[in-house]
Ligand binder design. Structure first.
Ligand code: ZN
Ligand code: ZN
Length: 246
């Protein structure tokens, strides 16, 4: 992973500038080369940022129609977590951005994502007062193949701004899960319950889970349930993107 802070600390700004020449930074939203390597996104995209606004599900934060308190999913099966929010709608632009981030070597996009989580999530953080941040874990094998855990990078970036420590020792993904797309909600949940394990001690903790995308909410539900069973006092989540089933 190319970490700007580490590189600058080790080799100085000259080497950083040299790397920027070789691998120019790109805007995470339109993927054009950034003229100024200190920018996290280009000016056009900065002027066109659309975090989720308007009426939201009280529980998971999905957009809802004005008179609804809960989204369809939370109305039918409220998740075990206390509350959560996603920053951007999971639309085509964000889907493409996250694909580049996860699969095409654009880990540097985590700098923008992490800052967005903080800027647009800080009101909720002030309300929730989490003591630790836990990224949704990846299975060891998957992390080795991908080279990094996308949620962990987001958690670390958020942690820098929010001053809340990241803990990757409490939760583990001990079994790989097959693609969940073709499974119904009950099968999905059963699969996930077997996949994750609490291996540390979350007793009495107010926990913030972090992931890149929230869609059906089954992962957050299962993780919150496991953590609460082991004594966590509250479980919240923030994700970069959230689906829309309005
Ligand atoms: Zn852009
Ligand atoms: Zn909801």
């Amino acid at each position: 992973m190319r970490s700007s802070r580490n590189v600058t600390a080790l080799f100085g700004q000259g080497y950083r500038n040299f790397l920027d020449l070789l691998y120019p930074r790109r805007c995470p939203l339109c993927h054009r080369i950034l003229r100024n390597s200190h920018q996290l996104i280009c000016l056009d995209c900065a002027g066109d940022l659309r975090p989720v606004s308007g009426p939201r599900c009280y529980k998971c934060g999905k957009p809802v129609n004005g008179d609804e308190e809960y989204c369809r999913d939370c109305g039918a099966h409220p998740g075990a977590f206390d509350q959560g929010r996603g920053i951007f709608l999971y639309d085509d632009r964000m889907r493409y951005s996250i694909m580049k981030y996860k699969y095409f070597g654009c880990q540097e996009y985590s700098r923008f994502y992490g800052k967005a989580l903080y800027i647009y999530g800080k009101d909720m953080l002030a309300l929730w007062k989490p003591q630790i941040i836990i990224p949704v874990p990846l299975h060891r094998r998957k992390q080795r193949i991908r080279g990094f855990n996308q949620a962990e990078l987001l958690a670390k970036e958020l942690s820098r701004y929010a001053g809340i420590p990241v803990d990757t020792a409490i939760l583990k993904k001990c079994h790989a899960t097959r693609s969940q797309k073709k499974l119904d909600a009950a099968e999905r949940k059963k699969n996930l319950q077997k996949a994750f394990q609490v291996v540390g001690n979350p007793a009495g903790m107010r926990i913030l889970l972090i992931d890149d995308v929230y869609t059906t909410g089954s992962t957050m539900d299962v993780l919150a349930k496991l953590l609460l069973e082991k004594g966590a006092s509250h479980v919240y989540f923030l994700t970069l993107c959230i689906g829309n089933n309005r």
